[in-house]
Design a protein around this ligand. Structure first.
Ligand code: C2E
Ligand code: MG
Ligand code: MG
Ligand code: MG
Length: 282
């Protein structure tokens, strides 16, 4: 891996690196500017109670529209920010913005924020979360933090303590992308989560693949028996929604109920769907 210090940074562009590596180092440098100029933004995507069809939560999703490279997905730049150490600044910015917006929403709507492994590992996480909630006067029970199995896989020591002290603040912890890691079930025994988010790969072929259906059904039951709530990610069709509702899934998230939206648009969405989400009917 090429050096990252200031003096050597332009060596990235001497043509000796392949284009993937060049794009990567460019993103790393541009990200520093984006953070400084606050040219990142967040979108909010609704999570809807499958039975009542009311919005109960919104997930904050980072967006970066680069002047020349165009939209760069968080799936691409978050891992780079993780490695370069920029995730600390980005993560605290997302948390702050998310809380600032959420405090203006109806009180029953929670805000979900994704955590990356480096953020989770950082000793500054707990005081950051605590002070951000306090500064924005957001009750802790309105915040959900999403962690992934891959995050847990990278760590052994301190995970339990960190999860416990976060829970003690009164917020909720969700296990994101559930089912895609290597030892999902052992994590459920080792750690306490308030919510499971079933990965969208199980939802996308829910209607056509009996195996996916069996897994989803079992996970919903498992979550209930372990006293966790459960959400399905990537719900795109009416058929998927009806099936999940029938299986007593708690919450749904996906393009069917609503795409990730800029904050103002999300507030319009909330006003238009204040009783229940219209597009989930009929
Ligand atoms: P995730 O947390 O699992 O977020 C869900 C992803 O699924 C989002 O992709 C969302 O736009 C997408 N999605 C939602 N509904 C549908 C649907 O119906 N169909 C399909 N095909 N996709 C749907 P996005 O926004 O590109 O984010 C990708 C990942 O990047 C996230 O996965 C999360 O792991 C990470 N990420 C995003 N924002 C942040 C952040 O602020 N911090 C950290 N650490 N990671 C973030
Ligand atoms: Mg997530
Ligand atoms: Mg997810
Ligand atoms: Mg996912």
């Amino acid at each position: 891996r090429a050096k990252r210090d200031g003096r050597n940074r332009y060596r990235f562009f001497d043509g000796s690196l392949d284009s993937a590596a060049r794009r990567r180092s460019m993103i790393e440098q541009e990200l520093a500017i984006a953070v400084a100029e606050e040219s990142l933004s967040i979108n909010f995507q609704p999570l809807v109670d499958a039975q009542t069809r009311t919005v109960v939560c919104a997930e904050a999703l980072l967006r970066w529209n680069h002047p020349t490279l165009g939209a760069i997905s968080p799936g691409e730049f978050i891992p780079i920010a993780e490695e370069s150490g920029q995730i600390g600044a980005i993560g605290s910015w997302v948390l702050r913005k998310a809380c600032q917006h959420a405090v203006n929403w109806p009180e029953h709507i929670r805000i979900a924020v994704n955590l990356s492994s480096r953020q989770f590992l950082s000793p500054g996480l707990l005081p950051l979360v605590e002070s951000t909630l306090k500064q924005n006067a957001l009750p802790a029970h309105r915040l959900e933090l999403e962690v992934t199995e891959s995050l847990l896989m990278e760590m052994t020591i301190g995970v339990e303590e960190t999860l416990a002290s976060l829970s003690k603040l009164g917020l909720r912890i969700a296990l994101d992308d559930f089912g895609t890691g290597f030892s999902s079930l052992s994590y459920l025994r080792r750690y306490h989560f308030d919510k499971l988010k079933i990965d969208q790969s199980f939802i996308s072929d829910l209607e056509t693949n009996p195996d996916s259906r069996a897994i989803v059904e079992a996970v919903i039951k498992l979550a209930r028996d372990l006293r966790m709530s459960v959400a399905a990610e990537g719900v795109e069709t009416k058929g998927q929604f009806e099936l999940l509702r029938h299986l007593s899934c708690g919450e749904i998230q996906g393009f069917l109920a609503g795409r990730p939206m800029p904050p103002e648009q999300f507030e319009d969405y909330l006003r238009q769907n204040s009783i229940s989400v219209q597009r989930l009917y009929g």
